[in-house]
Design a protein around this ligand. Structure first.
Ligand code: SAH
Ligand code: DHB
Ligand code: MG
Length: 225
């Protein structure tokens, strides 16, 4: 991966905004601490981005959410907080240990009943969801292995419907999208997904660049036509 090189002023402003505007609750603060204590990498979305996910879920009126890449469930908790009481999130996680920490964090947040954590390679889980006829998703958050981003985007469309909202994390990757050779593992998948967002007639998309505790990155927002 590309090293994050956040500047202290970006982080100071992020912390200010987090305290004044974003105001993550105790369950969200605990989820980050539990992930650190479990030795997991600090690669969850920043609090302001998590709150954006919650608000987008609410603005979309989403009832069924699909997440690809759970980690410790930080983004999952944010999105669950934007759902109605009969809402549902299916979240895909490859590592059993991550899924276990996420389940504990979701239960502690009182949101466990809304969330189905599926352990395994997301591409396998997505195929299962299709055969299970799990229903169409209103909102999809893609945030796992970047090599598979174009496949995940295609699955988001297949398991979605016209009007489904798709958000993809890490689409700027410290600027490596301009020079994929800087990160030959991750950058090509990010670039391919961005090209698809611009060219695929099934999508209408934009990207917001972000700075802060997670360095220089970006959030893509796409609407399934
Ligand atoms: N969305 C989380 C962060 C996810 S980090 C948050 O913001 O809180 C990316 C996660 O994707 C890691 O936990 C990693 O184990 C998982 N992952 C990587 N490859 C995967 C795959 N092929 N299928 C499912 N999960 C995968
Ligand atoms: C990594 C993954 C992420 O989803 C992220 O937001 C930051 C870093 C990583 O795999 O390094
Ligand atoms: Mg991410």
């Amino acid at each position: 991966m590309i090293e994050h090189q956040p500047t202290s002023r970006w982080i100071a402003v992020e912390e200010y905004l987090s305290g004044v505007v974003v105001r993550p609750d105790q369950s969200l603060r605990h989820a980050v601490e539990a992930a650190l204590a479990a030795g997991m990498p600090p690669i969850e979305v920043a609090p302001n981005a998590g709150k954006l996910l919650k608000l987008l879920v609410r603005l979309a009126g989403a009832r069924r959410v699909l997440e690809i890449g759970t980690l410790a469930g930080f983004s999952t908790i944010w999105m669950a907080q934007g759902l109605p009481d009969d809402g549902r999130i299916v979240t895909c996680e490859y590592l059993p240990r991550h899924a276990e920490v996420a389940r504990a964090n979701l239960d502690r947040a009182g949101l466990g009943h809304l969330v189905d954590v599926r352990v395994g390679a997301a591409l396998d889980t997505l195929r299962e969801l299709e055969t299970e006829d799990a229903g169409l998703f209103d909102f999809v958050f893609i945030d796992a292995d970047k090599e598979n981003n174009p496949h995940y985007l295609d699955w988001a469309i297949r398991l979605g419907r016209p009007g489904t909202t798709v958000v993809m994390d890490n689409v700027v990757w410290e600027g490596a999208v301009l020079e994929p050779a800087l990160d030959p593992v991750n950058a090509p998948g990010i670039v391919a997904a961005l090209q698809m967002m611009g060219e695929d007639p099934r999508l209408d998309a934009t990207v917001i660049q972000t700075v802060g505790s997670k360095g220089w990155d970006g959030f893509a927002l796409a609407l399934v036509r």
